[in-house]
Design a protein around this ligand. Structure first.
Ligand code: ATP
Ligand code: ZN
Length: 463
C-alpha cells in the first residue's frame, strides 16, 4: 500500500518511503504541562494517533517508533507554580496524568516514547556546546543564543519566509544581548527560585526549541521520517528545531516529512489558552460526551482544514456510532479485514473523512465484520462496545416482556428449578437485556445488541 502525505516542506503530497524500511520513525511535539488540555490541544494528538495507527497497520505494529514529548520545564509552568504555591514537580506530574487520561478517553494510543524535557538536560547542553563549537551559537550575559545569520539562507524555508520578512513582520523580543533580533534562546540563566541545571554557562535552563531537537535526536537519530505538530508551531518552533538540528548534525537532514494540522476554531479564531475561548476535553467528558464521539467529530474533518466543535456535530456523531455499534453488537461480529477503500482514503494524506464515509457504506450494506475492522484502524472499538452505546429506554411493550420474564425467572428460582432460571437469564442476555440483581426489584438495561424478536421468542418458548 502506498501512503501519500502532505509535506509542509515541499507543500506537496509525496509518496511516503521510510528511511529504514524496517522502522518508521516519527516525532510529534507534545504539550507543555501546566494545565488541562483544551479541545484544540487534543486535535494534533488524535490526528497523529490516526497516522500512527495507519503506519502500524501498514508496516506492522512493531515497526513504528513514535515519540511525543512532555515539556515539563517552561516559564508558564514556573508561573503556575508561583501563583498557586505548589511545587513544580507536583503540577507537572498531575498534568501529565490528566493528559494521558483525557487522551486515553479519546482512544489515543500511547506513543512508544514519551520523553520529559527535564530528563534530557545533558543532551541539550551537549547539543548547545556543539552548536557553539560549530559557530552557530554564542554566549551572551549568561544566555546562549542561536545565531540565525550563521544559517540565513536556510532559515525560514519550512514556513516559507525570509529572515528579512520575519524581522519586519514578527514581534520578536529584542534583547540587548542579541546580535540579530531573530536570534533565539538555547539556554537562559535561572535565579535561585527557578529550576536550573549546571552548565558551562552557569546555572540555567533550556529554551523550548532545543528540547525537541535534543529529544528527537536522542531517540530517533539525526534523520527520521516524520515530524508533526499544529500549524501554529511551524514558526518559530519548528523553524528553530530545524535550524538547531541541521546545524548540530549536518550529516543528517532531521525530519524528512513535516506534517501540520490546522486549528480547532471558535467562531473563526484558534481555540487557545491565551484567548480564553476554550473548554477542556475533561469538560466535555464530564458533560457526558463520550470520548469516541469527540474522536469521531475530529476525524470527520480533514486534518489540514480548520474546524469548529458544535453540539450538532457531536449529536450526529453519537447517533452514527450508536448505529454502527448496535449493528456490530447484534451480529456479534468478529473482526474482518479493513476495507481497501478505507485504507486507500487513509493512505491519501489521512483522509479520515473519506474513511468514515466508506464506513457509512459498509454500515448500509450491513458488512459488519469489515465495518468493525475499519473502525478499529481509525481507533474506535478499542475496548469493545462502550456502555454509552447501550440503547436507552424500553418501550412499554418491551418492559412488559422483560418484567414477565423476570417474574418467571423468580418463580423458577423459588421452586429451585435453577436450570430454567438460568435459561431465562441467558436468553435475556442473548436478546441484549442486562439484568442487575439489586436488593429490591431487579434493574435491567438494554445493550447495543438489544433485539426485541429474541425476547419475544424467549417469551413464547418459556414453558
Ligand atoms: N486550537 C487548536 N487547534 C489545534 N491544535 C492546537 C490548538 N491550540 C493549540 N494546539 C496544539 O496544542 C499543542 C499545545 O499548544 P499550546 O500549549 O501552545 O496551547 P495554546 O492554547 O495555543 O496555548 P497558548 O494560547 O498559551 O499559546 C500544540 O501542538 C498546538 O499546535
Ligand atoms: Zn517541538
Amino acid at each position: 500500500m502506498t501512503i501519500k502525505l502532505h509535506n509542509t516542506k515541499s507543500r506537496k503530497k509525496e509518496v511516503f518511503a521510510p528511511i529504514d524500511p524496517d522502522t518508521v520513525r516519527m516525532y510529534v511535539c507534545g504539550p507543555t504541562v501546566y494545565d488541562r488540555a483544551h479541545l484544540g490541544n487534543a486535535r494534533p494528538v488524535v490526528v497523529f494517533d490516526v497516522l500512527y495507527r495507519l503506519l502500524r497497520h501498514t508496516y506492522g505494529a512493531d515497526h513504528v517508533t513514535y515519540v511525543r514529548n512532555f515539556t515539563d520545564v517552561d516559564d508558564k509552568i514556573n508561573a503556575r507554580a508561583a501563583e498557586s504555591g505548589r511545587a513544580i514537580g507536583e503540577i507537572t506530574e498531575e498534568t501529565i496524568q490528566w493528559f494521558l487520561d483525557d487522551m486515553g478517553a479519546l482512544g489515543v494510543l500511547e506513543p512508544n516514547h514519551m520523553p520529559r524535557a527535564t530528563q534530557y538536560i545533558p543532551q541539550m547542553v551537549a547539543m548547545i556546546e556543539d552548536l557553539i563549537a560549530k559557530g552557530h551559537a554564542y554566549e551572551a550575559e549568561g544566555h546562549v543564543l542561536f545565531a540565525v545569520d550563521s544559517w540565513r539562507e536556510q532559515y525560514g524555508k519550512l514556513s516559507g519566509r525570509s529572515v528579512d520578512d520575519m524581522i519586519a513582520g514578527a514581534r520578536v523580543e529584542v534583547a540587548p544581548y542579541k546580535k540579530n533580533p531573530m536570534d533565539f534562546v538555547l539556554w537562559k540563566p535561572s535565579t535561585p527560585d527557578l529550576p536550573g541545571w549546571g552548565s558551562p554557562w552557569g546555572r540555567g535552563r533550556p529554551g523550548w526549541h532545543i528540547e525537541c531537537s535534543a529529544m528527537a535526536h536522542e531517540l530517533l537519530g539525526e534523520s527520521f521520517d516524520i515530524h508533526g505538530g499544529g500549524n501554529d508551531l511551524m514558526f518559530p518552533h519548528h523553524e528553530n528545531e530545524i535550524a538547531q538540528s541541521c546545524c548540530a548534525h549536518p550529516e543528517g537532514d532531521f525530519a524528512r516529512v513535516w506534517m501540520h494540522n490546522e486549528m480547532l476554531q471558535v467562531e473563526g479564531k484558534k481555540m487557545s489558552k491565551s484567548l480564553g475561548n476554550f473548554f477542556t476535553v475533561r469538560d466535555l467528558l464530564e458533560q457526558g460526551v463520550p470520548g469516541e464521539v469527540i474522536r469521531f467529530v475530529f476525524l470527520s474533518t480533514h486534518y489540514r482544514k480548520p474546524m469548529d466543535w458544535t453540539v450538532e456535530k457531536a449529536r450526529e456523531a453519537e447517533v452514527t456510532l450508536r448505529k454502527w455499534y448496535r449493528q456490530i453488537g447484534l451480529a456479534e461480529a468478529g473482526t474482518g479485514k479493513v476495507h481497501p477503500q478505507v485504507e486507500l482514503e487513509l493512505s491519501n494524506d489521512l483522509n479520515t473523512h473519506g474513511a468514515l464515509t466508506e464506513c457509512h457504506v459498509l454500515s448500509n450494506s450491513n458488512d459488519v465484520t469489515t465495518l468493525r475492522a475499519s473502525m478499529r484502524v481509525l481507533g474506535f472499538l478499542e475496548n469493545g462496545i462502550p456502555d454509552w452505546a447501550m440503547v436507552p429506554g424500553f418501550s412499554d411493550a418491551e418492559t412488559g416482556l422483560v418484567r414477565y420474564l423476570l417474574q418467571e425467572r423468580e418463580h423458577a428460582r423459588r421452586k429451585k428449578d435453577f436450570e430454567r432460571a438460568d435459561r431465562i437469564r441467558d436468553g435475556m442476555a442473548r436478546a441484549g437485556v442486562v439484568v442487575k440483581d439489586t436488593v429490591g426489584e431487579p434493574e435491567f438495561e438494554k445493550t447495543a445488541r438489544f433485539d426485541v424478536n429474541l425476547l419475544d421468542e424467549l417469551w413464547g418458548n418459556t414453558p
